[in-house]
Structure formats: C-alpha cells, structure tokens
Design a protein around this ligand. Structure first.
Ligand code: NAD
Length: 288
C-alpha cells in the first residue's frame, strides 16, 4: 500500500505559517500583503479558482482585490489595467486568470505584468531566472510539488525523475527545478506526445510526475514497484474528480502517491499565497 502524500494537510500547514507571518507584519503596524486577480469573462472553472484564491487570501489575513471584466473587454483596456496595478503601491502581486478570450494575447498579457509582482511566475524574466537557478517567483504548481516532496521527506538527489508533460506552467519548470543542483539534483527525463514507448521511461522512474491532462492514463504496469507518484492532472468525471493516474491500480504498487483531489491541487493555492507574501517582503525590504 502506498503512503498517501497529503497535500491538503501540507497546504494547511503552509497557510498557517503564512498566516503567522501576516500577523507579525500587522502587529508591527504594517499593512497586510495584497494580491490582485484579474478575471475576464464567465468561465465556470475560472469562477471556482478565483473564488478559492480570494477565500484563501482572506483566511490568512491578506488583502484580495478582484477585477472581474466582461468577456468583450479589449486587449488594450486589459493591458491598461495591468499597468495601473503595476504602479499601485499597495498591490504586491497580481495574476490574470487563464484562459483568456481568443481576441486577447496571453503572451502580451503575461509580459505586461511587472516581474516583481508576478504571482504566478509566468513572466519570461522569472522563468529565465528559474532556468539559471536564480531566486525567482516559481510557478505555483511546480513550487507546490517541490514542497510536497520536501515536507514528505522524499529524497530527490541522484534519483531518476520522469516528468510527463512539457507545458510552460508545469512540465518544463518542474523538470528544470528538479534538475537544478540546489532544488532537486535529480536525473530528469521529460516525456511528451512525441515520446516513443512511454512505459519504457515511466518504468524507470523513482519519482514519476504526471502532468499530461489525460484521465487515468498511468496504469499499474507502467510504474516501478516502490516508486513515488505525483499526479498533477485534474479531471471532472461523472464519478467525481480523478487525476492522470489510475489511482486504484497504481496505489498498491508504489511507496507514496498524491491523491486527486487532495494532492497537488491544494498546494497550488498555498504557493500562490507564498509568492504574494514573498513579493511583499521583497518590495518592502522586509526580513521576517
Ligand atoms: P497542457 O495540456 O498544457 O500540457 C500537457 C502536456 O502533456 C503536453 O506537453 C503534452 O505533450 C503532454 N501529453 C499529453 N498527452 C500525452 C500522452 N498521452 N503521452 C505523453 N505526453 C502527453 O497541460 P498542463 O497545463 O501542464 O496541465 C496538465 C494537467 O494538470 C491538466 O489535467 C491540468 O488540469 C492539471 N493541472 C493541475 C494543476 C493543479 O493545481 N493540480 C495545475 C495546473 C494544471
């Protein structure tokens, strides 16, 4: 039976640590950190995520500012709002909820956010710093995976890590971080849609990170006995939420595994809060 890596509990621990940092700041007479979120349109999944982010901020005593814009807003007006938020002193970090309507360029929007307020860590400047191993805002899902591994005492040094997926928000950054000497020091293989014989790679993994967006694609015969499995996928099905890993099949074979829900998901929001507090501290020259 695989040990459950309890993302819900670890995320709660991180939120509690951040709440006491915020409390210390306000006790010193400082204002709490503030996250601004821009949400365009009415996508229901985005609605859930935005609500969860707002609630999470408020629960730890942080300020949250929501800018809900209509679907038809022009790219120019959206960029103007980002510029305003870049210039407002009391906004520490911001993000634009994705996906955006088709008439708006995601690339332009991400590049308009000031790198020192980039809560999601998607700006090319921050991703570049991540690649060279410099301190930066790490995208929230990869940052959450690192914390899950660290706080579950899972050794990465010298391990064979296999990542499935090469997206800019999960696959590429987690592969770079785990390869980097001070944040993983592992031997990393990245698989994607053109990979031949996926099982050959997954079978070799001491740590398998699956971010492919394919429900239950990882079966028992694809994993090594005693491996650690991090399942990033989230899919809504009639039977409830499931991940990219066939949990029922895989769990008995492995040493440790993240469930869906309750694994990587809760960590993503916790790391967003952490990035916002980090942005606040850097902008205000505060060491706690
Ligand atoms: P994406 O669609 O941008 O990228 C998927 C990647 O997987 C691609 O690079 C593709 O090459 C690869 N891939 C797809 N099918 C494959 C296959 N059969 N074999 C090998 N490689 C394959 O997705 P993403 O944004 O990286 O997200 C991945 C999954 O993680 C989605 O289910 C998403 O909902 C979920 N997600 C969860 C969180 C969280 O907080 N838990 C955060 C972000 C994304």
């Amino acid at each position: 039976m695989g040990r459950l890596i309890d993302g819900k509990q670890i995320a709660a621990q991180i939120r509690a640590e951040l709440a006491s940092e915020v409390e210390e700041l306000t006790a010193r007479g400082k204002r709490p950190p503030c996250l601004a979120v821009i949400w365009v349109g009415e996508d229901p999944a985005s609605a859930t995520y935005v609500r969860a982010k707002g609630k999470a901020c408020q629960k730890i005593g942080m300020n949250f500012e929501l800018h809900h814009l209509e679907e038809g807003i022009s790219e120019k007006d959206l960029l103007k709002l980002i510029e305003e938020l870049n210039n407002r002193e009391e906004i520490d970090a911001m993000l634009v909820q994705l996906p955006l309507p088709k008439h708006i360029s995601e690339k332009k929007v991400i590049e308009a956010i000031a790198p020192n307020k980039d809560a999601d860590g998607f700006h090319p400047y921050n991703l570049g710093r991540l690649l060279i191993g410099a301190p930066t805002f790490i995208p929230c899902t990869p940052a959450g995976i690192l914390e899950l591994l660290k706080r579950s005492q899972i050794e990465t040094v010298g391990k064979e890590v296999v990542v499935i997926g090469r997206s800019n928000i999960v696959g590429k950054p987690i592969a770079a971080l785990l390869m980097q000497k001070n944040t993983g020091n592992a031997t990393v293989t990245v698989c994607h849609t053109a990979t031949k014989n996926l099982t050959f790679h997954t079978k070799r993994a001491d740590i398998l990170i699956v971010a492919a967006g394919q429900p239950k694609m990882i079966k028992a015969e694809m994993v090594k006995d005693g491996a650690v499995i991090i399942d990033v996928g989230i899919h809504r099905t009639e039977a409830g939420l499931c991940g990219d890993v066939d949990f029922k099949e895989v769990e008995p074979k492995v040493a440790a595994i993240t469930p869906v829900p309750g694994g990587v998901g809760p960590m993503t929001v916790a790391m967003l809060l952490k990035n916002t507090v980090q942005a606040y501290k850097i902008r205000n020259n505060i060491v706690l």
